[in-house]
Ligand binder design. Sequence first.
Ligand code: SF4
Ligand code: SF4
Length: 268
Amino acid sequence: MLINDIKAKVNEFVLKNHLNIVEHLDTLSSPPTSFEPMQIYELPLIGIAGAEDSLWNTFKSVDVIGPDHMSPGEWLPGAKSVISYFLPYTERIREANRIEKMTATEWLYGRWEGELFNQALRRVIIELVEGNGGHAMAPALNERFAVKNLRANWSERHAAFVAGLGTFSLSRSMITAKGAAGRFGSVIVDFPLEPTQRSYTEFDEYCIKCMACVRRCPPQAIDKTGKDNERCRVYIAKEKEMYTPRYGCAKCQTKVPCENRIPNNRLR
Ligand code: SF4
Ligand code: SF4
């Protein structure tokens, strides 16, 4: 199976599947205001990581993710490649969340309904691969997937880093060629695909340390040394109490130079 077949199927799903459209959005104010239907994602970036890439083992270090992080071969015996993708949010969602402090209604729906779409996309890729005689699995859909002490045993963002999609940032988002505002996903397959060449060597190479995300963060969870994950989690948990099941924030991904691109002095 060729990567171009997979890319074509993924693009078709993003462009045509009804799950990429939120038909009904209501603000959480009283009385609620209804919005026009909204598209969640633009066309994705897709990268390929080799299952034997030496970076996977480095993620097992306690200084990176930890020993619970599983490499592709531990998820899928005979794994050869990882298909990783970034789904960028539409301008409408990004623009709405440029407001200060509160999470925009559009972002709340983009985060929640957008992850439902992301789960469906993972299944579409698995079905495509298995329909062509291969084996595939998505850690995020697997019963072994677990998060302990804020560290998951599979990181979509680290997979994206290996697959050449982008680098980490001060806010611990990933900055891709289409920015940081969006969602990541991945599927492990048991046939070889040509790995995407990484155009970076440092883990945070695309971040220009402009501090815009620091100023945007409501609970001041980011500083020049990085992000306080626990402070961020507590803030988001409070939002979840208000908006359940939805939640969001991500002020650090909007109204910042890396919102939808690699910041200027890193354009390549
Ligand atoms: S806003 Fe600036 S400092 Fe923060 S992640 Fe983006 S580029 Fe880096
Ligand atoms: S998601 Fe919100 S709370 Fe967390 S780091 Fe970003 S701006 Fe701060």
